[in-house]
Design a binder for this molecule. Structure first.
Ligand code: AMP
Length: 275
């Protein structure tokens, strides 16, 4: 689903469903478009078939939530995670600048993501207005229910996490991806995230100011290893279903960060992600 106003992106969502719940899911997607922060003047829902034999299955990234004391702290912690995932300082600075000012060349939000050379900060996506839209990703019913229960149980539930974690997991599963940075263009949702296989999916509160209308996603790639066409084809077309949920942690206050991280590394996966 994609919804827009005056051709500018308002909201979007993707699902991958097994036949029968299609009518319910289509209704949910339209409701989602209608409950966007502004009323769209165009809603487009597309459904197309997927060959079940082409689906790959994966486990979601571990989820943690950091509650920094300010935007400045949020920027610092994001930078630290991105640097430890191999992203250069120049690329990080460029990505933040783009998302703060509106990543499309006309200063608007994009429908899809920026693909950025993690070393030089150059943009690689072929269409800088549209970006690259990650699609054909979903959870099994059991995995979705487990995730919802886990997030609620740790007091970090937000409906946006479900879709965003799916996107981040699909993106991070590809070797070319070093890390991802995201915050929403919804002015009321100020929690962003940084994700990578090493760090997991790290939700970072206060990533942007309340009321700020700009947001987006940046996928940082190792350009040397990237066949960009194959990479984009995977993101847009490869069907991926999450059938296992990674570890979920409660919120960590930045002032207790070291302690929080110690308490939050029960699995070897998570241990890889210490920063
Ligand atoms: P959202 O978190 O849904 O507010 O999305 C924030 C930004 O991320 C949007 O403005 C788009 O630029 C980008 N985005 C949203 N969904 C996708 C997707 N499925 N694939 C790539 N980029 C996306």
């Amino acid at each position: 689903m994609r919804a827009s106003i005056n051709k500018a992106h308002v909201s979007g969502a993707e699902r991958l469903v097994d036949g029968w719940p299609l009518d319910r899911v289509l209704a949910e997607l339209i409701c989602r478009a209608l409950s966007s922060h502004v009323m769209p003047d165009e809603i487009c829902v597309t459904a197309d078939p997927v060959d079940p034999a082409s689906i790959s299955y994966t486990k979601s990234l571990d989820v943690r939530t950091i509650d920094p004391s300010s935007h400045k702290e949020a920027y610092k912690i994001s930078t630290k995670i991105l640097r430890s995932s191999g992203v250069s300082a120049i690329a990080i600075e460029r990505a933040f600048r783009l998302l703060l000012s509106g990543p499309s060349p006309d200063g608007n939000n994009m429908r899809g993501a920026i693909i950025m050379n993690a070393l030089t900060g150059d943009r690689i996506e072929p269409d800088m207005r549209r970006g690259v839209r990650v699609s054909r990703i979903d959870y099994t019913g059991d995995a979705r229910a487990l995730l919802e229960r886990g997030l609620k149980g740790h007091g970090v539930y937000h409906e946006r996490v479900i879709d965003a974690l799916a996107i981040a997991t699909k993106v991070s599963d590809r070797d070319e991806t070093l890390a991802e940075l995201c915050w929403s263009d919804n002015p009321r949702y100020t929690t962003g995230y940084v994700a990578s296989t090493a760090s997991g999916y790290v939700r970072i509160m206060h990533m942007k100011e309340n009321g700020a209308l700009k947001g987006g996603r940046v996928f940082f790639v190792d350009y040397k290893s990237a066949s960009i066409d194959q990479y984009i084809d995977y993101l847009e077309r490869q069907p991926v279903i999450i059938d296992e949920i990674g570890h979920i942690c409660g919120s960590e206050n930045i002032r207790r960060r070291v302690k929080g991280i110690e308490a939050c590394t029960p699995s070897t996966d998570a241990q890889k992600g210490r920063f």
